[in-house]
Design a binder for this molecule. Structure first.
Ligand code: ZN
Ligand code: ZN
Length: 582
């Protein structure tokens, strides 16, 4: 147009300005603005309005305001544009001020203000605006935005309240709730809501199923996971893409690595995320051979592993005690794939060395880490754990010292391990010193907690739990177990019992009440012989429980699968898949 000497008019200019804003073409937009002045359209209402919109989109609120203030006759559209711009750019104060100055407001004004406030984390301010709205002005979008905002800031109850109160719900409302629960760790609530959604006849989307699968992984309820999987197949959802990855993760985390492998094999177009998920899963289950085989296979077909794939492989090496292989892969990652090791990768390497008893070397690795990668709690805890397993008090003290320095609100595990090490070495004065430290810093020991799923219900046990309806039967079973263990010649290993318990008898009965034993007894009483007993524990399995569970798997001829805070243990015929490395 311009080269043909045809001048744009009041219709052309707004269109071209809108085009610039859609294309994020900031400098072209400014050129057009210059042209606007040159050809005398500086005071055209539509041109000005589109310029305000343009600058607001670019986040240049100073210029947007300048154009806005020069406008004579302002319509609702341009007011909305300014509010929207301010709130999107996080300038909440200005947004609210303009909002109050507005001569008139419509549904869009309210919605964009509430939405913007939620997006920049001002959910309480958003709520004030939301409450000022007439009920008839509250669109479905505003309700959804508020729910999402509350979930994002962790205010689950308030989100739930709004969800109950809203006049009508869309799939987005349900998805926001389910995903919000899941992200806030309320897996059980997420599952319940997913069931309610199906009962109300809503058709799930990929987003719904993703959240539901993540919730199942968090709870490790294999039954529900299988159900969702068959629901997906029945309803024609493609088991590839993100859902494929989540299914592999779900089955691995729920303890069924066979099903995870079956899903993986069934995916026609395997992407990097699928390879990574299965390798991480195999690693978690201690199946290093298979993990390494798939790792080789993926590289052979030209798939480029990324940082997380390496965490999976290194983890596998560590659980299987493959020191040389682990070292080789760590170097391969740096040299061949040019991936800078993160603190997680160093953690894996330190773990590999510690499990194999190369504590000095592990310490050297930590000390040689580049300044940009600071050793974290996890790494010190690994070193401490290694020192405990190999009875190296000196390195144990070194790790504990760094750990306590790292995190003053402390880590209960750290104190417990350290004091157990002192106790094992007979250094009782040091034991009481640690006890003193714990008291002074107000450290409370995390209570052990195990869950087991039975007939779609989760049964939760804490140490010495007596609240379960079947408590009498469970403790009777524990007595039976004690007798059977005695016949096998088992002597309880009390070296890891917490320091403040005195007397060998008390220590033994403390061990017998560990939460996983209650869960195993429950499983032995209720579950069919051929069903594996699957248990999730929040803390590390103690030495004695590990030995006992191995024995029980043989005595009762049962497969017992325990997920503790770091890995899976498959107990079968008297041995464990971790080969006693954990
Ligand atoms: Zn135990
Ligand atoms: Zn084990």
């Amino acid at each position: 147009m311009l080269t043909n000497n045809i001048l744009p008019d009041g219709f052309t200019l707004p269109s071209i300005i809108k085009g610039c804003s859609r294309l994020h073409a900031k400098s072209e937009g400014k050129q057009v603005h210059g042209l606007v002045f040159k050809i005398g359209f500086g005071f055209d209402r539509f041109v000005q309005s589109s310029l305000v919109n343009l600058y607001a989109k670019f986040g240049d609120m100073g210029l947007a305001r300048l154009v806005f203030d020069k406008m004579g006759d302002k319509d609702l559209v341009v007011w909305n544009c300014l509010v929207d711009g301010y709130v999107r750019n996080g300038e909440v104060k200005f947004a609210l001020k303009v909002f109050d100055e507005m001569p008139k407001r419509d549904k869009f004004t309210w919605t964009c203000l509430v939405d913007g406030l939620c997006k920049c984390g001002k959910v309480e301010v958003a709520r004030e605006i939301f409450d000022r709205m007439d009920d008839s002005d509250k669109s479905l979008v505003t309700w959804n935005v508020m729910i999402h905002g509350y979930m994002k800031s962790g205010k689950i109850e308030v989100a739930g309240e709004l969800f109950e109160r809203m006049p009508g719900r869309s799939l987005i409302s349900w998805n926001s709730m389910i995903d919000g629960y899941q992200r806030n760790g309320c897996f059980y609530e997420a599952m319940k809501l997913f069931e309610a959604l199906l009962n109300e006849g809503f058709v799930s989307s990929n987003a719904t199923l993703s959240s539901a699968l993540s919730a199942v992984s968090g709870l490790a309820v294999l039954g529900n996971g299988r159900w969702i999987h068959s629901f997906m197949v029945k309803n024609g959802f493609e088991v590839g893409g993100v859902l494929g990855t989540l299914l592999i993760e779900m089955y691995s985390k729920c303890g069924s690595i066979e099903s995870a492998l079956a899903v993986f094999k069934g995916i026609a177009k395997k992407k990097l995320a699928h390879w990574t998920a299965i390798i991480v899963g195999l690693g978690m289950h201690g199946l290093a051979d298979q993990a390494l085989k798939l790792f080789t296979e993926m590289r052979r077909i030209g798939m480029k592993p990324h940082a997380i794939t390496f965490i999976g492989v290194l983890n596998a090496c560590s659980h299987a005690g493959l020191v040389d292989e682990g070292n080789r892969i760590f170097q391969m990652m740096i040299n061949e794939y040019k991936i800078e090791p993160t603190v997680e990768h160093y953690g894996c390497l330190v773990d590999i060395l510690c499990r194999a008893g190369h504590l000095e070397q592990a310490k050297e690795i930590i000390e040689s880490m580049p300044v940009t990668v600071k050793p974290n709690k996890v790494i010190w805890m690994i070193l401490l754990g290694g020192a405990r397993n190999h009875g190296n008090l000196e390195i144990g003290e070194y790790a504990a010292h760094n750990l306590i320095e790292e995190d003053l609100d402390a880590h209960t595990g750290c104190y417990t391990v350290l004091s157990n090490m002192y106790a094992a070495a007979g250094k009782w004065d040091k034991v009481s010193h640690v006890r003193e430290m714990m008291k002074n810093r107000g450290v409370v020991k995390d209570a052990g907690c195990s869950t087991i799923e039975y007939k779609g219900q989760l049964h939760r046990f804490i140490v010495g739990d007596k609240s379960h309806p079947q408590t009498q039967d469970i403790y009777a079973k524990l007595r039976e177990i004690r007798e059977k263990l005695k016949l096998e010649g088992h002597v309880p290993d009390t070296s890891q019992v917490l320091l403040n318990i005195d007397g060998e008898k008390e220590k033994e009965s403390e061990l017998e009440n560990h939460s996983e034993r209650l869960a195993i007894s429950f499983g032995l009483i209720n579950m069919e012989r051929r069903t594996p007993i699957r248990i999730i524990k929040n803390l590390r399995v103690c030495n004695d429980c590990h030995v006992v569970t191995k024995l029980l798997s043989a005595i009762y001829d049962r497969e017992i699968i325990v997920r503790d805070n770091s890995r899976f243990h498959h107990f079968k015929n008297g041995s464990c898949s971790c080969n006693d490395f954990w």
